[in-house]
Design a binder for this molecule. Structure first.
Ligand code: SF4
Ligand code: ZN
Length: 309
């Protein structure tokens, strides 16, 4: 397989785009495409400050690298979850994020959940009894709270996450299976800011996971290969496997599913409902918007944890 641009040996073949590229041309193509998506979906402008949520994985570090190469003002945020089962997942991912930032002279904010809130994620999950033994519900709630808080408190215009096409399509598939219109109406490359909420964007939402893995490897980015030990057996992974089978037989199926969904959403197919737009007011403790009466779900969780301490 040869590079379409220069005829040298190709490093990646993207069947859905009928495009094979060598290392040099792929490393130019991926940032160009990202810039195109940033503009197309009006994610942010050159003069805006971006906070990139980094986990130490290939997607978020590649995203930070691409924004850095494109000349955007992007700082990083690492959230220490305290998941040290298996390979010492959190410690290793933090080390890799710090190494990445230092090598490029970039600024990385670190928030350690146990230091800040008294308990790491696995302990908070046990106390809360949410999620039937899996800490993901508590982890997701905590990460969303911290990301929004840090972005707002430190005056960032936008929060960027490294979700790729495979992530987005797995979520879309799950929401479609359940016809969860209140989620479908909010899914997309940009979630606009609202009172108390920072704008959230996903600049990699049109890249396949393997494209980001190729980018990270070809750029020599050191990232954590292992998934979080709690990811095993997750429904989203099952959906990803199903969708990979589909993609294998029909190259481009995932991208088409996602893009046609965005078209339908744009055309008003999923109208906002009372469910998708609940009435929000500031949490009396942390000030973040919540639909709860009284404390937000995160503050309730921490209150419960403190009672157990
Ligand atoms: Fe958190 Fe791990 Fe679950 Fe992801 S898989 S939500 S990092 S606990
Ligand atoms: Zn709160």
């Amino acid at each position: 397989m040869k590079c379409k641009k220069c005829g040298a040996k190709a490093s990646i073949n993207m069947r859905q785009h009928k495009l094979a590229l060598c290392k040099e041309h792929y490393l130019a193509w991926a940032p160009e495409q990202t810039e195109r998506f940033i503009k197309k979906y009006r994610m942010f402008q050159r003069d805006e400050r971006i906070l990139v949520a980094v986990s130490g994985g290939k997607d978020s570090l590649s995203l930070w690298d691409i924004l850095y190469c494109l000349g955007y003002q992007a700082d990083g945020l690492y959230i220490g979850l305290g998941i040290d089962e298996g390979i010492g997942y959190s410690a290793e991912s933090q080390r890799l994020c710090q190494k990445f930032a230092e090598a490029r002279g970039l600024h990385l904010h670190i928030v350690d959940v146990a230091q800040e809130y008294g308990q790491p994620i696995p302990a908070l999950a046990q106390i809360s009894h949410r999620g039937r033994g899996r800490p993901c519900a508590v982890c997701g709630l905590t990460k969303r709270h911290i990301m929004n808080r840090v972005a707002r408190d430190l005056g960032y215009d936008v929060l960027a996450t490294g979700h790729n096409l495979d992530d987005e399509v797995a979520v879309l598939f799950g929401n479609t299976l359940h016809w969860a219109t209140s989620y479908l109406v909010r899914q997309g490359p940009v979630l606009h800011e609202g009172p108390g909420f920072v704008r959230k964007v996903k600049p990699l939402c049109r890249f396949y996971e393997r494209e980001m893995a190729a980018y990270a490897i070809l750029r020599g980015i050191e990232y954590i290969y292992d998934e979080c030990p709690f990811a095993e057996g997750a429904t989203s992974i099952y959906y990803k496997e199903l969708l990979n089978k589909l993609e294998n037989d029909k190259p481009g199926a995932k991208l088409t599913f996602y893009l046609r969904f965005l078209d339908a959403r744009e055309a008003g197919f999923f109208a906002p409902t009372a469910d998708s737009m609940p009435e929000l007011h500031p949490c009396p403790n942390c000030g973040q918007p919540t639909s709860n009466e009284g404390l937000c779900s995160f503050c309730r969780l921490i209150e419960k944890a403190q009672l157990h301490a």
